[in-house]
Design a protein around this ligand. Structure first.
Ligand SMILES: Nc1ncnc2c1ncn2[C@@H]1O[C@H](COP(=O)(O)OP(=O)(O)OP(=O)(O)O)[C@@H](O)[C@H]1O
Ligand SMILES: [Mg+2]
Length: 145
């Protein structure tokens, strides 16, 4: 599904709608250039799933952060600083690819081979001539029946 976000508020709305389709066991891989809005999308999604504002991270955060949502647990990862798939695998990231977790991964392209076919891809791209516009493409389906 393709969306056009005109600003940060639009992106938050798109993330909120998408959050409603998720359930435990889902893995969401976010890709897009530095500063494009992956963390904005993730924070909105986590808030929407019941993570308290106080718990949400500052812009720089650990490689894996764990949160309690209303009906699931959430893991938010950023693989940007990691070297390769082996290093990422050793952190035990696969433990989060199953219930009770919903797993959100920024820079998942660092280690594509760790992801299963069932992963949901969220691609965010800048749109020419408009500083705040983003094209958001969501591919793959959730495990919700
Ligand atoms: N349409 C938009 N959607 C999301 N963020 C936007 C939009 N327009 C402008 N912004 C701004 O872009 C920035 C996105 O920052 P964010 O940290 O979410 O990027 P990121 O993709 O997570 O970067 P990184 O690769 O460093 O993790 C924010 O400062 C936000 O205010
Ligand atoms: Mg980020």
């Amino acid at each position: 599904m393709n969306f056009l976000s005109r600003n940060e508020t639009d992106t938050i709305g798109i993330a909120n709608d998408f959050a409603a389709s998720l359930q435990a066991g889902d893995v969401v891989a976010l890709s897009g250039e530095l500063g494009v809005g992956k963390s904005v999308f993730c924070r909105a999604l986590m808030r929407s799933l019941g993570v308290q504002d106080e718990a949400l991270p500052s812009p720089t955060f650990a490689i894996i952060q764990e949160y309690d949502g209303a009906i699931c647990k959430l893991a938010h990862m950023d693989w940007y600083r990691l070297e390769d798939a082996d290093e990422i695998e050793m952190l035990g990231v696969r433990d989060y690819f199953q219930p009770p977790w919903i797993c959100l991964i920024e820079w998942a392209e660092r280690a594509d081979r760790l992801l299963s076919d069932r992963v949901i891809h969220v691609e965010i791209r800048c749109v020419e001539h408009d500083l705040d516009a983003r094209a958001i493409n969501i591919m793959g389906s959730t495990s919700r029946p």
